[in-house]
Design a binder for this molecule. Structure first.
Ligand code: HEC
Ligand code: HEC
Length: 274
């Protein structure tokens, strides 16, 4: 169920045991033990902590971050690098204290519960190696023939209406990618909001919101062109939550083509290219 558990930095029990030893023995030897424990905590953690972390995550965090951690009202945590929780200490503090000025709340959990959740959160960014049927080279051909690059970039090339896919295989599970192809509106990544806009002069657009404040809105149309309007220039500004401009490919791909395309997407683990 879990990705390999070789490098989790959180093993608070170990640190605690080290503190206990320090209390028991005092002096330089114990300080040395703490250092060793801190060092060792970087390379191992008990799988039991992860199981507890998963349970706690599902009950305390899943409502906002999604049961799989890949986002909802809260940020997508299932990615290799987290914007604010850039290292383990920051992650621990965020879970404990929340992020002031945002919807991310602090928690009354104990330090050991926080550390097991943190360890679990770190696993979310490393999607377990799955057995993926399909041929990624064939899949690359399917990607090209369906012109996915009209809306998506891989390796810096392509359109910008959809999210960059250059590291999608590192961020998402194969199951999620399969669903994205057949039911794109099912799990729109946070940050994506489809708009329908009709200007006073009669021009109508569908697009993806880039920015909006009380007076103006900026969006990309489906050709990737940026538009900016004052709100008083608009007749309609319709926020289409849970809708996606991405067409569904259900019924347009054979089972083999779907497998191949998913295998190709899973293989994209490079650097971000948005
Ligand atoms: C009420 C909704 C809510 C709950 C519950 C919640 N979060 Fe959050 N969380 C958010 C929001 C919203 C953000 C984004 C804050 C921002 O950056 O503006 C966030 C951000 C984060 C971040 C920073 C992500 C980054 O990109 O660095 C982490 C880590 C995090 N949450 C973990 C957790 C964990 C673990 C739990 C459960 C203990 C949890 N959150 C519970 C709403 C929530
Ligand atoms: C008309 C533009 C458009 C086309 C064409 C398009 N997509 Fe998308 N795609 C989007 C948008 C916008 C999103 C983000 C909203 C969503 O998830 O539905 C998206 C989301 C995705 C996601 C999920 C990303 C994530 O972070 O979860 C994947 C995977 C994906 N597209 C793959 C493809 C593939 C493969 C093709 C070609 C078969 C394709 N798309 C064609 C616009 C498009």
């Amino acid at each position: 169920m879990f990705p390999s558990v070789d490098t989790y930095a959180f093993d608070l029990d170990r640190v605690r045991r080290a503190h206990a030893r320090r209390r028991a023995r005092h002096g330089a030897v114990a300080v040395f033990a703490v250092c060793v424990a801190l060092w060792a905590s970087g390379v191992s953690a008990q799988p039991a902590d992860l199981a507890q972390g998963k349970r706690l995550f599902e009950s305390q965090c899943g409502s906002c971050h999604g049961p799989l951690g890949n986002g909802g009202k809260g940020a997508n945590l299932a990615q290799p690098r987290l914007r604010r929780a850039s290292d383990d200490e920051a992650l621990f503090n965020i879970i404990r204290r929340g992020i002031r000025g945002t919807e991310m709340p602090g928690s009354p959990l104990t330090p050991s519960q926080v550390s097991s959740i943190a360890a679990y959160v770190r696993t979310l960014g490393r999607v377990a190696p799955e057995n993926i049927p399909g041929d990624r080279i064939q899949g690359q051909g399917v990607y090209a023939s369906l012109d996915c690059a009209r809306c998506h970039t891989v390796g810096g090339r392509g359109g910008v209406v959809g999210p960059g896919l250059g590291d999608i295989g590192a961020r998402r599970s194969a199951a999620h990618l399969r669903e994205a192809l057949t039911d794109p509106a099912a799990s729109v990544p946070s940050g994506f909001l489809q708009l329908r806009v009709v200007a006073r002069d009669g021009r109508a657009f569908s697009g993806i919101r880039v920015n909006e404040d009380a007076f103006s809105v900026q969006f990309l149309d489906l050709q990737g062109r940026l538009h900016s309007f004052w709100k008083d220039e608009l007749d309609v500004l319709d926020q289409q939550w849970q809708r996606s401009p991405m067409p569904s490919y259900a019924g347009r791909l054979t089972a083999d083509e779907t497998d191949d395309l998913v295998a190709y997407l899973v293989s994209l683990k490079g650097v971000t290219d948005e």
